[in-house]
Write a protein that binds this ligand. Sequence first.
Ligand SMILES: [Zn+2]
Length: 280
Amino acid sequence: MMNYNLFIFALLSSSVVAVDFNYNDPDRDWCRLQGITTFCCDTFRQSPINIIPGNAVTEPLYTANPLTFGLGYFQAVSTGRYGNNGHTATYYPEDNVVREITGGPCGCDVYELVQFHFHWGDADIRGSEHSLNGNFFPLEVHFVHINRKYPNSTVALIMPDGFAVMGVFFYISNEDNDFFNGLDRLGRISNENDETNLAVDLMPLLRFVSSGTYTSYPGSLTTPLCQESVTWINFLTPVPVSSKTMGRFRTRIFEDNGQTLLVNNFRPVQPLNGRVLSTP
Ligand SMILES: [Zn+2]
């Protein structure tokens, strides 16, 4: 499990991509990075996008076979690893509980949670990767699931249905969100390659999203090599994050060894190229 997770970590967070990428790149066009010539950013189903729910098409199959969270999802994570890879803060459950989703945009396939990570900004008007009717949020979390029908991530990354990623937006609230208990201790992973063990309760977040509506579209990873292997599931109702927690994201985590704050780690929205948003 450890090796599998490390492999996923490497692929999804790009920590070992031959050429590193940087969110400070002026236009954040990963394709201009020297050495990346295939797959990345020059095809037609890239992510993130601007989500316009009013343009979404009702998909009857999403109602006939609704998006469902497996029972494991409702258990608190007893053991897991929280790390800083220089691009984001990522959490890897390591308690051997299977957290899966199926139905809805997943169809009859079952996708298993591998990790989740965050994208955030240095101000409340930016930070999320997706936008909603043109508006950005200060924070977005991505729950990355791999399609269980593929033997490993190497295969899944070249399949159009290799991964399902759930995105959730956050808005600034006066109240603390218990989901961030522990996850807001970013001082423990201040520097690149820092890791810490952490237990996390997913329920405070699931409580908000599991009954909420969503849109779905075919897209890609948002970091190099931007493989077009992701079914996106974007929940439309933002959930609260306290300004105290948001402040920690902005001041306690660095993309290196304490020199450069890690903020604004989002890719700009990409052209829709005729893709259709689907909704239940
Ligand atoms: Zn992400």
